[in-house]
Design a binder for this molecule. Structure first.
Ligand code: SF4
Length: 210
């Protein structure tokens, strides 16, 4: 068993059944929620999406929305102005470029407004059950502190390294487990190192406590 898988086993033991904390009911809502979650907490996104989705229940309604109305609904989350613009543009692009059907693959998804590689990976993994590892800020930080990837690695290099080290049938769960571990234990500021079972594997712990 390789070192990354051993680390993953430990993290999965800490966070069994890890799954996304975003609320959504269908592919459209998933895409919009993930776009809105960039640099915002899932909790803050979950507070704005009920009104957003009841006002604009699909891409056809959202494509026709007035920008200021959408901005108003999103005003409590970070970067709300650009996110409002992006989700309206996203809806128009889905209608005009993909006949109203949200695409099922990463190459097409990343053509859409507001959709980067991380968002596309989350969407294909969550909705289409296609194995993928979405690297967000938590996955990246945990991977670097635990020396799974080099500090200099960018998001794509991190994603590729994780995909090589972790068996494909575990990619989806690994993504969720790393996120919860990063969100609640290996936090960016003041990580809970004293209760962490991965101290011996950790660069951050060695630097700060040894
Ligand atoms: S020891 Fe601390 S920094 Fe290292 S993985 Fe655990 S919580 Fe994160």
């Amino acid at each position: 068993m390789n070192r990354t898988v051993r680390i993953l086993d430990t993290i999965e033991t800490m966070y069994p059944d890890a799954k996304t904390e975003l609320n959504f009911n269908n592919l459209y809502e998933l895409c919009i929620a993930v776009i809105l979650s960039a640099q915002s907490t899932d909790l803050s996104v979950n507070k704005v999406t009920p009104d957003l989705f009841s006002t604009y229940p699909d891409v056809h309604h959202l494509a026709k929305a007035k920008l200021s109305d959408v901005e108003y609904l999103l005003k409590t989350i970070g970067l709300y102005r650009s996110k409002a613009k992006n989700i309206i543009e996203f809806s128009n692009q889905v209608i005009h470029n993909f006949n109203g059907e949200i695409p099922d693959n990463i190459d097409d998804l990343i053509q859409l407004a507001g959709v980067g590689r991380k968002t596309a990976n989350v969407v294909v993994s969550e909705h289409f059950n296609i194995p993928a590892i979405a690297v967000d800020t938590h996955v990246e930080r945990v991977s670097k502190r635990l020396k799974i990837v080099y500090e200099r690695y960018n998001v794509l290099e991190t994603e590729k390294r994780l995909m090589r080290a972790i068996p494909k049938d575990r990619w989806r769960q690994a993504h969720h487990s790393f996120i919860l571990f990063g969100r609640y234990t290996c936090k960016a500021i003041k990580p809970d190192c004293q209760s962490c079972p991965l101290q011996d594997e950790c660069k951050y712990y060695t630097k700060h406590y040894k």
